[in-house]
Each structure stands twice: as structure tokens, then as C-alpha cells.
Write a protein that binds this ligand. Sequence first.
Ligand SMILES: Nc1ccn([C@@H]2O[C@H](COP(=O)(O)OP(=O)(O)OP(=O)(O)O)[C@@H](O)[C@H]2O)c(=O)n1
Length: 375
Amino acid sequence: MRLLRMSNNTLANEVLLSVENTLRSSPFDFQGARIITGQDEGAYGWITINYLLNNFVQDSSVLNLLPNFRKVETSGALDLGGASTQITFVSNEDIESQDNSLHFRLYGKNYNVYTHSFLCYGKDQALRQQLVKNLPSTENSTIFDPCFNSGYRRNSSISELYSSPCVSEYSTLDGPINFEIKGTGNYHLCKANVQSIFNRTHCPYSQCSFNGVFQPVLQGKFGAFSAFYFVMDFLKLTQEKATLDEVKERIQQHCSRPWDEVKTEFPKIKVKYLSEYCFSGAYIITLLELGYGFNADNWKDISFLGKISGSDAGWTLGYMLNLTNMIPAELPPSPPLSHGVYVGLMVFFSIFLVFIMLTCWLGHRKPRCLQKGII
Ligand SMILES: Nc1ccn([C@@H]2O[C@H](COP(=O)(O)OP(=O)(O)OP(=O)(O)O)[C@@H](O)[C@H]2O)c(=O)n1
């Protein structure tokens, strides 16, 4: 919707109006439809996964005294959509760019959060950028693309290719109107093509991810969801903790398989998704490694998450939690003593009272001989 608004604002408004009309006639308490910002998308994704992972349940002074008390850290959020991708995590460093800085107070604790949304770096738009950047200058009607399995063919057109604002600046009237994309299935060539859409030559801050965007040093664990999960799940890389090299090896193997073989093995998967897993694998590795700076050491900090406790990982739950005030800024008032400590103190004081009464009684009691009048 953010892309559509850029290329055709009237059409974007028409879509919103249509959504509003439909939802207004539903039994829900509909309060309006709007296009959220990339920053919101990052923030709400971060809230969702940390809420579902129970990371906001923080220490109270009593809990702190417990021997097995775990100081809960939040998890960073990595979201890959079709049009944009978001990275969000708590950072102890100075966030040099205001646009990337968020402050939350949740359950009585402050969080300084870094977030950035890269529009045009979702999986579908990145594929488009990669194709455009590597279009041969000749007027060939066939494009050989290493990011598709060999034997794969797809028809496209110049107008379709350049229809997105992510690539319209590269638009050229040269070349054929219609062309055919033919896969050659080569992971290393594909990765080289994908790298060409990441600009790491300029950085106006002390450190950047790519395209001149500030990013502090990566901190803590990360949950990667949406297309990060769909792709890694297809490649069977979400359960086992594979090393970065093993992950690359698996993607390389997949890219080198002939398209016919892939299609026969997975007849139930949509052709659009299936045909793009080679590109998607190479893109995810490049985005995480070259873009965000993950490496062989901190790769283990990334968990690929589809559902958490039965709920989808994504920005929508976080948006709803925020809207309905489900995560209060302050901790709910808790009793000064826990139940266990209260019961323990009651038992102790009861025994103490009985002991005092017994001592008094023994101290004031007359000896038996006095009672009988014998000195
Ligand atoms: N089983 C699936 C489902 C989706 N996808 C891909 O995952 C990406 C993200 O899909 P979706 O969650 O529908 O994202 P969008 O809503 O399009 O993302 P955005 O937030 O960027 O608009 C898309 O490229 C889609 O083709 C996939 O590879 N396999």
C-alpha cells in the first residue's frame, strides 16, 4: 500500500475506501483504515514477538531474590515482506538518527529501540530490482537469470517490470517489449546479482547497514518471521541449528536442482513461491550478512519463527495490543509480600507468640512446695 500510494495516490485512496465500506458493514467496532508507516510496522512486529515470547514480564523486587530468577532480555525482530523489510532491536548505543529511534515504557521498564524499514527490499521488490540491475544491454528477448532453477521459464514485459516505483528510475525504452526469463540455477552468480542492489559506499553516520542508513551494532537474539520463515521452512532450516556455511550449502544445492525435478517433488506448492526459493535463499543470506552484518558467529542468535504459542508472528498482533492498551506502561500494583513469604511469616510469629506465652507462664508460676506452705 505504501508503494501504491507512491505511484498512484488516487488508487491507494480508492482501495482504502473500499476496505472501509466493507468493514463498516461488518459487526466489528470499525474505527478506520490507514496505511501504517514502515517504522510502525517494525515497532509492532517487535512488540508481537516479545509479547508472545513472554519477554515483557519483568522483575519485581521479590522475584529478583529468587535463586533461579532469569533476567528477561527482549528479542530483536526481523520481518521480510513482499515489498519491505524491517529490522528492530533494543540497543544500548546512541541512536544517531531520530527516524530510527523508538522509546517504549512497558510494564514499568524503559526500552530504547532501533528500527528501520527498507521499502523496496521486501522479497518481491528485491527480485525486481535484481532483474532490472542485471538486464543485459543487448536487445535480447531472453534474459538468463541465475536466481531461477535451470529449465525454469517465465514471460514478462518491460512495462510490467518497470511498473513499480522501486525500479522506475531505471526505466529505459530500449530493449524488447516482451521477453522471456530463463533460469540457469547458479547460487554464486545469483548472489553476485543480488549484492548489486546493496549500496555500501556511503555512510553519513559512524556506522551503517546499507544505502546510507544508520544501524548500531547488532545486539541480543533475533526472531526472523514472515518470508524469512516461509523460505527457511521450505529449505528445512528452521528446526535444526545449522551454521551459516551449512545454510549457504543448502541454498546452493537447491539452486542447482533442475526446475522439473523441483516441481515434481513439490506439486502442491504455488509455482510463484516455488520458483523463487533459490532467489529468496540467496537474498536472505545477502540481506542478513552484507546488509545487516550478521556473520558465522552471531548466526546462531537468529531463530526463524512461524507461529509462537499458536499465534502468527507479524505486526498485526502488536498493533492490536497497542491499540487496546493490553501492555500497560506501569507494572500492575503487586502486594508487598508474596503468598509464600506471607504464610511463612504468619507461622513464624504464631510459634514465637506461643513461645513467649509459655515462657511467661513458666516464669510466673508458683513452685509446688510454696503452694503447700513448706519453706
Ligand atoms: N508460503 C509462502 C507465503 C508467502 N511467500 C512470500 O513471502 C513474501 C511475503 O508475503 P506476505 O507476508 O504476504 O507479505 P506482504 O504482505 O506482501 O509484505 P509487505 O508487508 O511487504 O507488504 C512474498 O514475497 C510471498 O511471495 C512465500 O514465499 N511462501
